[in-house]
Design a binder for this molecule. Sequence first.
Ligand SMILES: [Zn+2]
Length: 432
Amino acid sequence: MFLKLKIFKYLLIYRFRKEFKTREALETWQNKKIKKHLKRVVKKSSFYSERLQKYNSWTAFPIINKKIFMDNFDAINTHGIEKEAAFEVAIKGEQTRNFSPMIKNITIGLSSGTSGNRGIFMVSIKERAQWVAYVVLNLLGFKFKKRKIAFFLRANSNLYTSAKSRLIDFNFFDLKKPLKENILSLNKYNPDILIAQPSMLREIAKAQQEKTINIKPSKIISVAEVLEPIDHSLLKRTFNQVIHQAYQCTEGFLAKTCSYGTLHFNEDLVKIEQHFLDSNKDRYHPIITDFTRSSQPIFRYELNDIIIDKQAPCPCGSIFKAIDHIEGRSDDTFVLESRDGKSVNIFPDFIRRTIIITCKNIKEYIVEQSGDKEITIYLDSQNFESAKTLLEEAFINLLKHYNVDDCSLIFKPEVPICNTSKLRRVKRNIKQ
Ligand SMILES: [Zn+2]
């Protein structure tokens, strides 16, 4: 009950918060919020307390990243929880599929980073209430009507199930269960809102096309993986509606789509600085400062996701920064050697574009930099041989453009199935 009351409180606060008319008004409001938030945080976080003493203002804090954040886990979090204890509880929760692990009333969960790079998220009851209120208002949309929500996840958390109420029937589908079983129970459930990662949505769309199932969701939300154009168009075609996206990670709920399908940063929760990666200033790493979360405070944290800026204003009229698309992670940028011995970077979008432009009828693909001088291309195409010939030429041209001569191309006629791990269609995966 305590949680429900808190959710109600934040529903009211967020619902009646004033709208920002200009960027200046938004930024002034953000800066005020951050200062106030920091004042509270430094009382309990020795990491930020030391930073504030040393640098005087949060704007001068050195930028941190996932490694620094995890290395300083104990000093950053405001509940005095140790990293080892948090990992132990979170891992046990996943293994036993009991998703309500807690320490001192704090929900603990594992982030879905690649192995060896796992993070921990911690959420207090207050933060759970804020998250639910925000998601209900901004992502699900508040309605006085009972709605069924199907949520496909690698691991559930009581963060998500907190959204359950008389108006929201929330059904968790465990990605660890066999695909067929999940698809059939989804059909039986017939959700109003469907939330899943693109690789799962793709399977659902295929089943819908094959008429194995017949669901009629009024809203589809893609989460957890980059929504690639090839998957986006399949979903749009199958379900004939705007495909929504939520950009949420351990570091927070960062962005969501508006009614036009444009991703906007949630600048009423986080402040975004941009670390540009190219001279055109159209791709950047977001540096986030969150002024809502206090269990694991985040000030000037650089993500390694590559964001492509959307320059034109969105017809929805929002002044929140718009994202054209999320290109992938910087770790997935191909790094090759040019003929004069220089290291060259090829961003994932250039790989993606080469595939899509060259072969119109490809069903699926994965392109992987599999060695220092080796690229492997997995293809699911009706005519593999002709697709291979076309792509070979296109990739040689692409590499030529970067002055790379010495790189072998390997073609494979099937796309490996990735069960519960995140699907990345363009990735750098060099086995050491
Ligand atoms: Zn918009």
